[in-house]
Design a protein around this ligand. Structure first.
Ligand SMILES: Cc1cc2nc3c(=O)[nH]c(=O)nc-3n(C[C@H](O)[C@H](O)[C@H](O)COP(=O)(O)OP(=O)(O)OC[C@H]3O[C@@H](n4cnc5c(N)ncnc54)[C@H](O)[C@@H]3O)c2cc1C
Ligand code: SF4
Length: 571
């Protein structure tokens, strides 16, 4: 402990510390404050207040000074982010981490996507939310990869219900054994081309289905959502700018204001957590070291329990950087697996096509959602030469054809009256990757970031199993598209590096055996009982579902356990 007066130590002391204010940290804050704990939430980025700090949320296209483009000067300063698709544009670039903020070393290429501000990636996510089933939890043991999960679906089911009711998840009860139904608000509507493809799949295949995506949008808010100050989704589909209605779930709209209302939360932005302090004599963690992002001053905060929710790979970084005489290779790392078995989702393959049917119809308005084809490969038995499988997204719409020929009034007339073209449809794969010891992150021994924290080295790559899965997806979907009568079918393997897939997991995995895992079945460190990890770092395997709903459920369950253990005097 730093040399501080008793009063100063008291001021820096809380019941609980939560590292990170994104999807999982927001839930930890809500649950711990809700159970009466004085909780400090440490966030490395700036504050983003719901509604107030969404500067582009209501801008019309013509109101963007650079017509949606990132100014050249900012592009030049951020060559890495500039290469990425999607979020680095004039409407959302203020939510994107700039190149110099946290450099890292790519021993193998990795496109690390991060959101460093209050709310984390909860402001950027696509809001797709599916439960896991026992086909997923039993996967590693059944198929003989990774270690066995220490829990099964029954351990998490009621916690899924708990978080779904609060967050607000829309969807249909589809009755699929490998994608359990949840506590759904009414589903968003499928477009007619999606409904057509759904019927075609049902007609041509017995082993696969297409369903409407389950997503964290308030299609019919309930009292608990109004209490959060949120309202019905207006289908503006401008969600990544921040939603002024709170129509989708984010920490900013939901869990953090709820935690603040208890009066028990202290939220400290601009606080880059350096490491966790471990006390050899007490045999437990006593607090965290923080670099103030503005002053670069090193501070210490103390608490009885610590929740690490910095997002999967930053959680790895913090734990690897938390060394002590007891844990020379990182906090809780008796097994030596910390930083290893990093896995992710494989989004490399896409397929697009056109459809010339349904020409008397078009889509009406916008949708923030799309359709979803749950995993159908190797679900009930091993049937391919690769392990596990993939889910897929699907969506379509009619493009506009603008005739740009001619001159003067005719040209103006044509440009003002574009005609509808054929349907453009596309699908994208979301494959499970197998956690392997050879996919790992470590800390560089000399290079530091601007806060004096070691830079992370990435050694994470696709393997043969992923390559085979990509081929299978492209073959299966080419066949499915052909059978549906789609034309101009274009299968593409983007060959993009891992990371672009935005669902990184592992490195601090859960398991039954402390010799091969870091966390027990309560997301609690085997070797340091007052530290809990409930973000993607805890994942023993990845399944194919979008992961954040599972992090929410883990966090609520783990917080409940932690507080009960505190009350019993066990931690
Ligand atoms: C474009 C996009 C689309 C996505 N779509 C989906 C989807 O449809 N469904 C889905 O389930 N998931 C989706 N995801 C993934 C989802 O956003 C993440 O799984 C989720 O946000 C992870 O939650 P988290 O709490 O672990 O991390 P985050 O939400 O990233 O929050 C981590 C927080 O910790 C802070 N932090 C990091 N390091 C430190 C430190 N050293 N000290 C203090 N604070 C720190 C960060 O600034 C951040 O605020 C998507 C992600 C992106 C980028
Ligand atoms: S689609 Fe819904 S959630 Fe997204 S910005 Fe619009 S109103 Fe908000």
């Amino acid at each position: 402990m730093a040399n501080l007066s008793i009063d100063a130590v008291k001021e820096m002391t809380f019941d609980a510390i939560v590292i990170g204010s994104g999807i999982s940290g927001g839930w930890a804050a809500k649950e711990l404050t809700g159970k009466g704990l004085k909780t400090l939430v440490l966030e490395r980025g700036r504050d983003v207040k719901h509604v107030i700090d969404y500067p582009t949320a209501n801008l019309n296209p013509w109101e963007f000074e650079h017509r949606g483009q990132v100014p050249l000067e900012i592009k030049k300063q951020n060559p890495i982010e500039s290469q990425k698709r999607g979020l680095f544009n004039e409407a959302t670039m203020h939510f994107v981490v700039k190149d110099g903020e946290q450099p890292y070393i790519e021993d193998k290429p990795f496109n690390w996507t991060r959101g460093y501000h209050v709310g984390g990636k909860s402001l950027l996510w696509a809001r797709q939310t599916q439960r896991w089933s026992d086909f997923d939890f039993e996967g590693p043991a059944r198929d003989g990869f990774a270690v066995d999960w220490p829990i099964r679906y029954k351990d998490l089911a009621s916690w899924y219900s708990y978080v779904e009711k609060f967050a607000g998840i829309s969807g249909n009860k589809d009755g699929l054994p490998h994608l359990p139904d949840g506590e759904f608000l009414p589903a968003t509507e499928m477009s007619c081309v999606d409904a057509y493809f759904k019927d075609q799949i049902a007609k041509n295949y017995q082993d696969r289905q297409m369903i409407q995506g389950r997503c964290a949008h308030l299609t019919q808010p309930k009292e608990v959502h109004y209490q959060q100050g949120r309202a019905k989704c207006q289908h503006r589909a401008l969600c990544v700018r921040g939603c002024p209605f709170g129509g989708y779930f984010s920490s900013n709209a939901s869990t953090l204001p709820w935690a603040a209302k208890t009066g028990k939360m202290t939220l400290r932005p601009h606080s880059v957590v350096h490491s966790i302090i471990y006390d050899d004599k007490k045999g437990q963690a006593t607090g965290v070291r923080v670099v103030d992002a503005n002053t670069k001053e090193m501070l210490e905060y103390y608490a009885k329990i610590i929740f690490v929710n910095a997002s999967a790979l930053n959680t790895n970084l913090i734990l690897l950087n938390s060394t002590s005489s007891r844990f020379e290779n990182g906090l809780g790392n008796d097994s030596g697996v910390l930083g290893k078995y990093v896995a992710f989702h494989n989004y490399r393959a896409r397929i697009s096509a056109q459809f010339e049917g349904l020409m008397d119809k078009t889509t009406d308005g916008k949708t923030p959602n799309h359709s979803y084809i749950p995993r159908f490969r190797n679900v009930h038995k091993q049937e391919t030469d690769f392990l596990r499988g993939y889910a897929a997204g699907f969506g379509g719409g009619r493009g506009m054809i603008q005739n740009k020929e001619g001159i003067g009034a005719t040209l103006k007339e044509q440009l003002l009256n574009p005609v509808l073209g054929p349907w453009n449809v596309s699908s994208w794969m979301m494959g499970e990757t197998i956690p392997k010891e050879s996919n790992f992150v470590t800390l560089d021994k000399t290079l530091k970031d601007p806060y004096g924290i070691p830079q992370m080295r990435f050694s994470v790559a696709f393997d043969d199993n992923d390559e085979k899965m990509i081929q299978d997806y492209l073959e299966q979907f080419t066949e499915m598209f052909t059978k549906a009568g789609f034309t101009n079918i274009k299968p593409v393997d983007s060959k993009s590096a891992p990371g672009s897939d935005i669902h990184e997991m592992g490195g601090v995995r859960m398991g039954k055996d402390p010799r091969t895992s870091i966390l027990n079945k309560w997301n609690q460190m085997h070797a340091c009982k007052n530290v809990f990890v409930t973000d993607g770092a805890c994942m023993t395997s990845t399944a194919t579902q979008n992961p954040s709903l599972t992090y929410m459920a883990f966090t609520a369950r783990s917080a409940d356990y932690a507080v009960k253990e505190m009350k019993k005097g066990n931690i």
